[in-house]
Design a protein around this ligand. Structure first.
Ligand code: NDP
Ligand code: 8X3
Length: 246
């Protein structure tokens, strides 16, 4: 069912987005992959078996996003994956540039991309928006107030989009992962790889592939089936803050 469908994946230069690109491409979809790093997108594109287009833009920049997506063609599936955590610590010591990056990327950036792509889906009477949320959109943990707020906003947007798009033929889903080992923690800790690796000490985290399998499965359901949400944890995780380590 995914053969020749056009899938647009944001944040596909790394991690979950790159894994989604591989899985959709292997399933026969045409993929457009986006991010800010052209070299990384080119590397991913070279690995993909099917048709692939790369687009470089920062989702925070609405004009750049609109310009890049103006020529993207008909998108059947939009995977809103671009996002980040920046910093981990108490609000009263928070760095406002970290807050801006999270809100502008995870919330405003997702809106910028979705606003550019969705009208075409509505016109054609079909399409699917799949947001990558997080357990952080369902729970709040110490030091994560702003990241969790941004992912709670994604949860609200997912539910709100579904209400707005009811009856248009456009489906809306979210995949909410727990701990996934990607570049996420390196980015969160501003390049401190030792601190990033310690996040996954003594436990077996999810991989980007584990999440991508869920995303592709959602996109591949029959037309009348709309998977609203999937919460996916590693076996060693029971909540945002309860992790079993050996
Ligand atoms: P990565 O850091 O590996 O990937 C993040 C991707 O987002 C990169 O491709 C990056 O590309 C892109 N990106 C970040 N900021 C921007 C921007 N301003 N404009 C365009 N692209 C951007 O992390 P993950 O793969 O783990 O993260 C993907 C999503 O999954 C995020 O939304 C994250 O919140 C969510 N998530 C992650 C979890 C985890 O534990 N890893 C758990 C739950 C959810 P580039 O730098 O080239 O722009
Ligand atoms: C990423 C997972 O637990 O670091 O969204 O917030 S967590």
């Amino acid at each position: 069912m995914l053969i020749d469908r056009h899938v647009l994946i944001t944040g596909a230069s790394s991690g979950i987005g790159a894994a989604c690109a591989r899985h959709f491409s292997r399933a026969g979809a045409d993929v457009t992959i986006t991010g800010r790093r052209q070299d990384r997108l080119d590397e991913i594109a070279a690995e993909l078996p099917g048709s692939v287009t790369t687009l470089v833009f920062d989702v925070q920049d609405r004009a750049m996003t609109n310009a890049a997506l103006a020529e993207v063609g008909d998108v059947d599936v939009l995977v809103n994956n671009a996002g980040l955590a920046s910093g981990l610590g108490p609000m009263q010591a928070g760095d406002v540039t970290d807050w801006d990056a999270m809100i502008q990327t995870n919330v405003v950036g997702l809106l910028n991309v979705t606003r550019a792509v969705t009208p075409g889906m509505v016109e054609r009477g079909r399409g699917h928006i799949i947001n990558i949320g997080s357990v952080a959109g369902r729970e709040v943990y110490p030091g994560g107030a702003v990241y969790c707020a941004s992912k709670h906003a994604v949860d609200a947007l997912t539910k709100g989009f579904r209400l707005d798009l009811l009856g248009t033929g456009v489906k809306v889903s979210t995949v909410d992962p727990g701990m996934v080992e990607t570049e996420f923690s390196v980015v969160r800790f501003h390049g401190d790889r030792e601190r990033a690796e310690a996040v996954y000490d003594g436990m077996d985290p999810l991989t980007g592939d584990d999440v991508a399998e869920a995303v592709v499965w959602i996109a591949d359901r029959p037309r009348h089936v709309q998977v609203a949400e999937i919460l996916i944890f590693p076996e060693a995780q029971a909540s945002a803050t309860r992790v079993h380590r050996t």
